[in-house]
Design a binder for this molecule. Sequence first.
Ligand SMILES: Cc1cc2nc3c(=O)[nH]c(=O)nc-3n(C[C@H](O)[C@H](O)[C@H](O)COP(=O)(O)O)c2cc1C
Length: 260
Amino acid sequence: MATLLRIDASAQLEDRSLTRKLTGIFTEEFLKAAPDTEIIVRDVGYEPIPAIDHRFIHAAFTPPHARERWMRERLALSDRLVDEVEEADIIVMGAPMYNYGLPTALKGWIDHVARIGRTFSFDPSRGDFPIEPILSGKKLVVLSSRGEFGFEAGGQRGHMNALDPAIAACAHYFGVDARTIETVAIEYQEFKDDRHYRSVEAAKRKTREIALRLGSSWPVSGSLVPDTPVIPSAHEALERTAFSSSRHFPVNPDSEARRR
Ligand SMILES: Cc1cc2nc3c(=O)[nH]c(=O)nc-3n(C[C@H](O)[C@H](O)[C@H](O)COP(=O)(O)O)c2cc1C
């Protein structure tokens, strides 16, 4: 049985968010192919993750056996988020582009999931690369939407794309080999013209295809990703971005993680 972690990060609710429609379509199609899948829903757009602060960092860098009660309390949400990532075989991430990068809520999720001793280890004796990921073997599908266009490598706004490279750079914290990330992105949302509607339709189609392929290949898909994650260059991350499109799909707005 597969476990699918669905993350939504749009500040808009289901009737207005294109990325929520895509994550909804993905989940529905995946379930058609693999009906016994467990779904964990984490909606950081509806219930944003608080920013990390000095207390969080102090608590995270204190060894577990030495943590005071306030430290354990400060890390409780982070622990829950890491538990969800640990449980997941596949992560589907709705990632709207805000100000050319990640929505604050999604960045907050990453900040809480990147945890020393849980998702990475740090050892200065490793020289120039002291960080090693702890999790591995997970698959990440990024479903994005952008108001403008041309954010692919070599595109007219490729140099402004701070979203896809940021996700790829942090993928090892989620146990994902960045080379295996599959990305679908709606474009032209702000133009609301034919290019946008074509982009929406293409993204929906591509999202269904990916979900069906992954769902059908499960559990074989669990072995698709190599054990040793690598951090790709921003250029490589951009090159993997497939630009396509979406449309309306209802989704329960509860933001605490929900299980099917
Ligand atoms: C606060 C905010 C910032 C945005 N910044 C950008 C941007 O920098 N570049 C861009 O192409 N679109 C930008 N957009 C447009 C969104 O990427 C677009 O509306 C997308 O569909 C949002 O995802 P959602 O529909 O799931 O909410 C922005 C939208 C909002 C609300």
